[in-house]
Ligand binder design. Structure first.
Ligand code: ADP
Ligand code: MG
Length: 293
């Protein structure tokens, strides 16, 4: 049977905007030793904005206009629901003639491939360019880069900026204050952007450029390294995060931004999307168990 105080704990958490799907998870939160967090949508807002469109040059001449580069990428990304794709659609802002699009496929953790006007278009990260053996140039600025290629020709890149959530640093401080030993960020994004976000919020453990499957492997490794009593918490928001959410002792999803698959797979849902609520839930848990007053 469930002690009566647990109902109070679950209710208190729910009032704070944290949905805990069972008293066992409320109890487990008090024993959190390691918190592993996804970057995009969890520590950052996940509302990307295009900040630069940069066509490639050959012998000092641009191989495509900025306008055409953005248009082509908008077509290639038109069937993707990734926040990156949505920001590109928004920046382009015009209606798309879907007749030009012969096929399109999403390449998880890489980007997209589409056939447009008979050409193979690739839009995505460095990994995708390397896979297609296309040489590319990099932006010095911080942000997510979408490199674009047509067949084997590099066309340039689109730079996209995300914003760190207001309470991300408070989240990290709060977790430490609740006795969490290690806070680790995992992301598919490039190293420069991941390291920058980490440095801004006081996080020191970062693993970047991971494919969705790599995140599961990384969590397995971390689980193997923890004490037998301590619990591992994973916090994420994306469809790709569902396997990791299921693998963690406690899976936490962002309720507003999160995909249905992530919310379904999670044990705890942060309805307000504020990561600082995780520490608040831990505090409620420890109060409920009588560990703190
Ligand atoms: P995160 O781990 O930050 O949530 P994802 O696993 O969703 O990121 O994606 C990892 C990386 O793959 C992104 O940072 C981006 O470089 C690339 N990517 C994924 N989907 C797309 C897309 N639709 N268009 C362009 N790039 C993409
Ligand atoms: Mg994500």
């Amino acid at each position: 049977s469930v002690p009566l105080s647990f109902f109070g704990g679950l209710g208190g958490a729910s009032k704070a905007g944290v949905l805990i799907k069972g008293s066992n998870y409320l109890e487990a939160l008090a024993e959190a030793e390691i918190v592993v967090m996804d970057k995009t949508g969890t520590l950052t807002k996940g509302t990307f904005k295009v900040t630069e469109v940069k066509p490639a040059s050959e012998n000092g001449v641009e191989v495509i206009s900025g306008e055409k580069l953005l248009e082509l990428t908008a077509y290639a990304e038109s069937y993707s629901n990734h926040p990156i794709s949505l920001s590109i659609q928004k920046a382009y802002g015009k209606e798309l003639d879907k007749n030009r699009l012969e096929s399109t496929e999403e390449l998880a953790g890489h980007g997209v491939h589409a056939v447009i006007d008979g050409f193979d278009i690739y839009a995505g990260n460095e990994k995708l360019m390397r896979q297609q053996k296309i040489s590319f140039t990099n932006a010095a600025q911080i942000g997510t880069i979408v490199h674009v290629a047509k067949n084997d020709q590099y066309l340039g890149y689109i730079l996209i900026a995300d914003e760190i959530k207001e309470d991300a640093a408070e989240c990290i401080r709060g977790l430490k204050a609740e006795g969490v030993n290690r806070v680790i960020m995992l992301t598919g994004d490039r190293k420069e952007t991941a390291d920058y976000v980490a440095s801004q919020i006081g996080l020191t453990e970062v693993h970047s450029e991971l494919l969705p499957g790599d995140k599961v492997d990384e969590v397995e490794k971390i689980i193997a390294s923890k004490s037998s009593k301590g619990r591992l918490v994973f916090v994420g928001d994306g469809i790709n995060d569902a396997p990791v959410l299921a693998r963690a002792d406690i899976g936490i999803a962002m309720g507003g931004l999160g995909s249905d698959a992530a919310i379904e797979a999670a044990d705890v849902v942060i309805m307000t999307d504020e990561p600082s609520k995780i520490a608040a839930a831990m505090r409620i848990s420890r109060k409920t168990l009588g560990i703190v007053k």
